[in-house]
Design a protein around this ligand. Structure first.
Ligand code: VGL
Ligand code: ZN
Length: 249
């Protein structure tokens, strides 16, 4: 049986099957995940580790706060270098349901750049809940990328706004730093982490998602399954590796 995964809970049968496959492929005789050695060309990326996405926040992700101690262990140990993103919306942002009369959070609307899920107001610039979580040890965070600050475009990915054209500059920064592999942690697995992982792959980086340092939203899809299942499938197809912090610590 697959180990329980906080990121991709077993309640979704398809996700569990995918996890069983992934876990089996990485299993060592001891049963733990394959150890990975962090080097100078590796960088940890903290995606939206902000109270707005944690219990008590405006767009709370279940157990979102539990990523904080795991991320701190990664920052205290193997990773010398990290960047972080901050969802950083002005009031009245176009991704907020409140900006679309008659629409409710989690409905979808068409934007000039394609379909856009609507959210509760969250990640509001200059609010305490939009800060990087105060318990995160920031000494090794060398760059903070803010995103979603244009009223008309949402931005899930650390690399690119949702129009898939407007870059954040992160790609060039990572390349200038000689980074080859990006380890992603944070919130939410199926939105900002997944979109960042895909763009990192598209920009030529190796990508590892550290599952126990992520939590997801898991919206149901009209085609069945959830956004968590869909994200895992897409990422796996694109060569993103899934691991857990125990492989790194
Ligand atoms: C996120 C929805 C809206 C995320 C940000 O961090 O995954 N999700 N804004
Ligand atoms: Zn947002």
């Amino acid at each position: 049986m697959a180990e329980d995964s906080p990121t991709f809970p077993r309640r979704a049968a398809l996700a569990a099957a995918a996890l069983a496959t992934a876990t089996a492929a990485q299993a060592q005789p001891t049963g733990g995940p394959t150890r990975m050695t962090v080097t100078e060309t590796d960088m940890l990326g903290l995606i939206d580790v902000q109270p707005t996405f944690m219990p008590g926040g405006e767009l709370a992700v279940a157990e979102g706060d539990l990523v904080v101690p795991v991320i701190n262990r990664l920052l205290a140990g193997p990773f010398r270098h990290a960047f972080a993103t901050q969802d950083w919306h002005p009031r009245g942002h176009s991704s907020f349901a409140s900006s679309h009369p008659g629409k409710q959070p989690f409905e979808t609307v068409q934007m000039p750049y394609g379909p856009q899920t609507l959210w509760p107001d969250h990640g509001i610039q200059n609010t305490a809940n939009a800060a990087i979580h105060p318990d995160i040890e920031q000494a090794r965070i060398e760059l903070i990328v803010r995103k979603g600050f244009r009223t008309e475009i949402d931005s899930y990915s650390a690399f690119m706004e949702n129009d898939k054209r407007t870059g954040t500059g992160l790609d060039a920064w990572l390349k200038a730093r000689g980074v080859r592999r990006v380890f992603l942690v944070g919130l939410a697995t199926d939105y900002c982490v997944a979109w960042s992982a895909e763009d990192a792959r598209g920009n030529g980086f190796e990508v590892v998602v550290v599952e126990d340092a992520c939590r997801g939203i898991g919206l149901p899809l009209p085609t069945g399954g959830t956004t968590m299942d869909a994200a895992r499938k897409r990422l796996t197809e694109q060569g993103v590796i899934f691991t857990t912090s125990s492989a790194l610590l």
